[in-house]
Design a protein around this ligand. Structure first.
Ligand code: ZN
Length: 159
């Protein structure tokens, strides 16, 4: 495998979804295959959380990922498996186990990268009207199919 470049800073922890259906039980191996087919060296994410809440590691944590255009050099990518319904429409259909694992992982990462901001992929969409907020009309994608901000507040308190 081509050597992955090491990241020199970590400002962002970006939460994604795999945009697969509620009954699609995939993990790092499958997503690696998808990403290699798209021309990546290997899986673009650092972590994948399966439907049953199992945490799998993708790229080594300090390698530059391939998950958020323009932000890869300074971020970690975490992918929740799921995120679309049976009609392929964005849906917050993640399991309780997945959210529990996500919380644990984010807590761990915040210890190692205390200054890193947690966001959903769609929150990195351009702020077209420059009001300092990324609102749904500005989303360039639905990923990760839920609003992470109220969830963070609920689990972590005010950040
Ligand atoms: Zn994404």
């Amino acid at each position: 495998m081509t050597a992955l470049k090491t990241r020199f800073g970590t400002d962002l922890l970006v939460v994604h979804c795999s945009a697969s259906g509620p009954h699609v039980d995939v993990g790092v191996r499958d997503i690696t295959r998808w990403h290699v087919q798209r021309g990546f060296t290997t899986v673009g994410y650092h972590y994948v959380i399966r439907r049953n809440g199992e945490l799998e590691t993708g790229r080594r944590e300090n390698a530059i990922g391939a998950h958020a255009t323009g932000h890869n050099a300074r971020s970690i990518g975490i992918c929740l498996v799921g995120g679309v319904d049976l009609n392929n429409k964005p849906a917050n259909n993640f399991t309780d186990e997945q959210f529990t694992t996500l919380e644990c992982l984010l807590r761990e990462l915040k210890v190692r990268y205390p200054k890193a901001r947690i966001c959903g992929h769609r929150d990195l969409s351009p702020d077209k009207n420059s009001d300092g907020r990324i609102t749904p009309n500005e989303y360039t994608k639905a990923c990760p199919s839920f609003d992470i901000n109220p969830w963070l507040k609920e689990r972590f308190g005010p950040l």
